[in-house]
Write a protein that binds this ligand. Structure first.
Ligand code: PLP
Length: 432
């Protein structure tokens, strides 16, 4: 008899965490842990992260830079996964961190990031947030408005290193909600309208602010790298010899479905380093990047339980699960696409077209429209991969739903790194 070995779609997929497989029981296994057992032990919905995957991506960034330059800094854009265990992983990997609020700053400090490795962002930092950063000795503050430049300078009695956020006038090829580099943006100072040059002047004329660098982040979930080169060229028109740091943002896209083929981390780093070298010939500044999604997105997946099936003959079959927009807002926010897998029959043919619906009181609360899965049954464990970025981060308690726990898996061991919220948590802040 002739046999053909067919690569398992999970093992050969760029969507699932590194090292994922289907085990002898036909269950999805990640980080050496059977996902069906994880669901039984920790309940659903739950976010599961493969720690080694996160570390491998951080190392891929480090290796790619180290092969090209020795003057670089990689910042974990912590908005993508703002919980202590993630901060710790990347602090241990030697990364710096991008925080975008006082709350993220607090988490980064508590997780052990040395203040000098912290970069504070935000288009409307409050006085309290700026004061917190100043008092904590945060290494760099990225100035985003004239008002902020004046407020920050006024509260200082010592020098503070700052960068200026520039909107370089580049439109990245991604969803308009996550484009940030175009002139018409709430972020930063425009180049075309001369405001960035004016901000440089104003910082230099300030009493305490030391302008050490420029920053540009043109958007997120980007597959096409050429706009980065144009953004670097734009920054080059503003930079002079005193600019020691060039932060060229994050933004590398990831595979959410099998159709997505983003550039590799190595190619992305190569384009950025080569671009900076070419534009800044002879005076190459330190190159900073701040990836979020591409460090954590594919490391994470969400586990749900199938609770209700609703077949509307000739129309569609809804598979309702015990989560939804409260744990993954992206489909609603950007029309984001995901895959789905019945984890307890992971080898069964994906021959049924369904729509995975959430449990919230919104008709648009859909997690995956038109997913192909094995015929679903009540009680199945349904998994959506590639939910490690901006899922937990944007979670809410809509409809009184406690937020899911975060489980880290590694070498067959699982540990809770963020506990599940309880119904009591939902009223813990209520004043009676
Ligand atoms: N840096 C800044 C200033 C951002 O606004 C963002 C995302 O919104 C990032 C970095 C991270 O982007 P990504 O997760 O696409 O790498």
């Amino acid at each position: 008899m002739e046999t053909t070995t067919k690569a398992n779609p999970v093992e050969s997929s760029a969507v699932y965490p590194l090292g994922s497989r289907v085990n002898e029981r036909g269950h999805l296994e990640v980080g050496g842990c059977d996902v069906v057992e994880l669901a039984a032990e920790f309940g659903t919905p739950a976010y599961v992260y493969v720690e080694d995957d996160m570390r491998a991506r951080a190392r891929a960034y480090k290796d790619a830079f180290a092969a090209r330059t020795d003057d670089y800094e990689i910042l974990f854009a912590s908005k993508a996964a703002p919980f202590t265990a993630a901060y710790r992983v990347f602090a241990e990997e030697g990364l710096s961190v991008d925080v975008a609020s006082g709350g993220e700053l607090h988490m980064a400090l508590r997780a052990g990031f040395p203040p000098e490795r912290i970069y504070l962002h935000g288009n409307n930092k409050t006085d309290a947030e700026l004061r917190y950063a100043v008092e904590a000795g945060v290494g760099h503050i990225i100035c985003d408005s004239f008002d902020e430049i004046r407020r920050l300078d006024a509260m200082l009695d010592r020098p503070q290193d700052v960068l200026i956020r520039v909107t370089p006038g580049i439109k990245a090829d991604t969803h308009s909600y996550i484009q940030t580099g175009q002139l018409d943006s709430k972020f930063g100072f425009g180049l075309e309208d001369g405001l960035a040059a004016k901000a440089v002047e104003e910082v230099r004329a300030s009493r305490h602010l030391r302008l050490v660098g420029l920053h540009a982040h043109i958007g997120s979930q980007i597959f096409e790298l050429e706009p980065y080169v144009r953004a670097i060229e734009a920054l080059g028109t503003l930079a002079d010899a005193e600019i020691r740091l060039l932060n060229v943002g994050g933004g590398l896209g990831i595979a959410y479905t099998a159709e997505d083929s983003p550039p590799s981390i190595e190619t992305y780093v190569d384009v950025k380093v080569a671009g900076v070298r070419r534009v800044f010939e002879g005076r190459v500044p330190r190159i900073l990047i701040e990836p979020g999604r591409s460090l954590v997105g594919n490391a994470g997946l969400t586990l749900y339980t199938v609770g209700t099936l609703k077949e509307i003959p000739g129309v569609r079959t809804y598979v309702a699960v015990d989560g939804g927009m409260s744990d993954n807002l992206r489909p609603m926010l950007y029309g984001a696409r995901y895959e789905a897998l019945i984890a307890n029959r992971a080898n069964a043919p994906a021959d049924t077209l369904v729509t995975v619906a959430g449990m919230h009181c919104e008709s648009s609360d859909m997690i995956v429209r038109d997913a192909r899965v094995a015929a679903p049954r009540l009680g199945d464990v349904l998994v959506t991969p590639a939910t490690g970025a901006y899922g937990y981060a944007m979670a809410s308690n809509y409809n009184g739903v406690p937020r899911p726990p975060v489980i880290f898996v590694k070498d067959g061991d699982a540990r809770v790194v963020v506990r599940r919220e309880t119904w009591d948590d939902l009223v813990a802040r209520d004043v009676e």
